[in-house]
Design a protein around this ligand. Structure first.
Ligand SMILES: *[C@@H]1O[C@H](CO)[C@@H](O)[C@H](O)[C@H]1NC(C)=O
Ligand SMILES: *[C@@H]1O[C@H](CO)[C@@H](O)[C@H](O)[C@H]1NC(C)=O
Ligand SMILES: *[C@@H]1O[C@H](CO)[C@@H](O)[C@H](O)[C@H]1NC(C)=O
Ligand SMILES: *[C@@H]1O[C@H](CO)[C@@H](O)[C@H](O)[C@H]1NC(C)=O
Ligand SMILES: *[C@@H]1O[C@H](CO)[C@@H](O)[C@H](O)[C@H]1NC(C)=O
Ligand SMILES: *[C@@H]1O[C@H](CO)[C@@H](O)[C@H](O)[C@H]1NC(C)=O
Length: 434
């Protein structure tokens, strides 16, 4: 196995027509070795050796704090293009934004293919298996979404069997595009793997109640990098933490009318409290937004349904009662309205992408996007009715994106989750050639 892969690398290294040979060899290589993953170089320095192939080295990833990726460096600098959006995003499919300062001072989009372990086998002493790398190639301003959704969870009527949901309220989409659903009236959280026709219970499923393995009207869920799940157990007035594969949870916050949850990049948790009209950060228990009573002033919230934290740690709140999305920069005493302006009826959930565009799902059955600093938003998933057709939503309550930018919406009354495929074909024109 080793010697075969080294032999192939030698063959590949010897040719100048690398990409042509690569294209021919790829299916063979793919069948010979299951080395279709890239290797993350954790905390290694720029250009540090990371592979038994000395033509490979670590390149810093622009989207993470400490990680690099082990890359085969014999790609011509002239073939690489700059990253977009604050030098962090690649719109070219299957490219990832890296620092390759020997080629150019600004970050460049590197082909994921050139980072696979068939080209850059790990140094044998590196024993821990690396996490898979999925290209996070961003969403551009001109991207659109297919108006016909595909059902990725539920869709088989309201019910409690494993291929059904019962008025779900929240969802979380992981790196493998598995969808976790707060299956509210089934008092459980279910995981639907990508392409699955039924779900598996990952929390609850023991009826309605206040025991550690139960829940009562779970609204939103979020999962951290370790697979630990946080659940807004609304009617039990608590936030539950379930470690991965555990059969029960622990209460981490009590006496809280939890409705929405978010994690920041340091894995602190943010909880929106419907009753106290504020956002609390955990474990520090600081009040980071609202907390000044009910009202529409900029320092107040009115039914904060959801919260989202962006890369600058700014707090975005779906301020349902005020029909707006309000942003509280770190340490601010009041917020800034970033979306609403008579365009939102009842915002249920908010997500902000890497270019600062704000996405809100409105109980009025559509999804609206405000580009950064825009005075008005545009509808990206339109309302075509409130039935159960592929282009319809009925009381949508939550949204999320996968790593490719496909949009997932909880279609509550239809007891299903719809996925709307992104179309990035118009994105390339935003690229700057180096
Ligand atoms: C991105 O790169 C450009 C040069 O292409 C530079 O002027 C700009 O400051 C960079 N932005 C950031 C956020 O680093
Ligand atoms: C890329 O890495 C070099 C060090 O190798 C550093 O000096 C430079 O600031 C980095 N560039 C960016 C955009 O992070
Ligand atoms: C979709 O709606 C139609 C009309 O209301 C109904 O007959 C059908 O059973 C629904 N389908 C599902 C899967 O709920
Ligand atoms: C839990 O539920 C039981 C039965 O409904 C109730 O008697 C008890 O007071 C509840 N405990 C708490 C802490 O709310
Ligand atoms: C995740 O797991 C690692 C290793 O067990 C631990 O050091 C880290 O604190 C955990 N992170 C969170 C947010 O629990
Ligand atoms: C829960 O919060 C309310 C309102 O702040 C307070 O009056 C009450 O004493 C709290 N209850 C507990 C058990 O901490």
């Amino acid at each position: 196995m080793w010697s075969k892969s080294i032999l192939l690398l030698v063959i590949i290294s010897l040719t100048c027509m690398f990409s042509i040979v690569y294209a021919f060899l790829y299916p063979i290589l793919h069948s010979l070795f299951d080395e279709t993953r890239a290797q993350i170089c954790q905390s290694a320095s720029q250009y540090e050796q990371c592979s038994s192939n000395t033509a490979c080295a670590c390149l810093r990833l622009m989207n993470t704090v400490n990680d690099g990726i082990c890359a085969y460096l014999r790609v011509k600098c002239s073939e690489l293009i700059s990253c977009a959006n604050n030098n962090r995003t690649c719109y070219r499919p299957d490219h990832i934004c890296v620092n390759h300062s020997r080629c150019h001072s600004t970050p460049l989009c590197y082909p994921i293919d050139m980072t696979l372990q068939i080209f850059c086998p790990p140094i044998p002493s590196m024993t821990t298996p690396p996490p898979p790398v999925i290209p996070d190639d961003g969403i551009c301003a001109s991207a659109t979404w297919n108006q016909n959704g595909v059902t990725v969870a539920g869709g088989n009527g309201r019910g409690s069997s494993l291929d059904q949901l019962n008025e779900p309220l929240g969802l979380f989409v992981d790196e493998d595009a598995a969808v976790y659903v707060a299956d509210t009236l089934n008092f459980r959280v279910v995981k639907w793997a990508s392409g699955a026709s039924s779900g598996q219970v990952v929390a609850g499923g023991n009826g309605e109640g206040n025991q550690t393995n139960q829940m009562k009207y779970a609204t939103k869920i979020i999962i951290d990098k370790n697979g630990t799940m946080f659940i807004c157990d609304h009617t039990n007035m608590r936030v539950q933490r379930w470690f991965k594969n555990d059969d029960h949870g622990q209460t981490i916050i009590e006496n809280i009318s939890c409705w929405g949850l978010a994690l920041d990049k340091e894995e602190s948790l943010y909880v929106s409290d419907w009753e106290k009209l504020r956002i609390m950060k955990w474990p520090s228990e600081e009040i980071v937004a609202g907390g000044n009573g009910q009202g529409s002033a900029l320092n107040q919230l009115f039914y904060p349904c959801d919260v989202f934290i962006d890369q600058d740690q700014s707090i975005f709140v779906a301020d349902d009662g005020n029909q707006r999305i309000i942003k509280w920069p770190v340490g601010a005493k009041e917020g800034i309205v970033v979306a609403g302006h008579n365009q939102l009826e009842s915002p249920q959930s908010v997500v902000v992408d890497q270019m600062g565009a704000v996405y809100a799902v409105d109980y009025g059955n559509h999804v609206v996007r405000w580009l950064k600093d825009a005075a008005s938003g545009s509808i990206i998933i339109s309302q075509h009715g409130a039935g159960n057709g592929t282009d319809e939503l009925s009381d949508p309550t939550d949204l999320a994106f996968d790593r490719q930018g496909n949009l997932y919406v909880v279609d509550r009354t239809n007891s299903r989750v719809q996925m709307f495929t992104i179309d990035k074909s118009s994105c390339d024109r935003n690229l700057v050639s180096t």
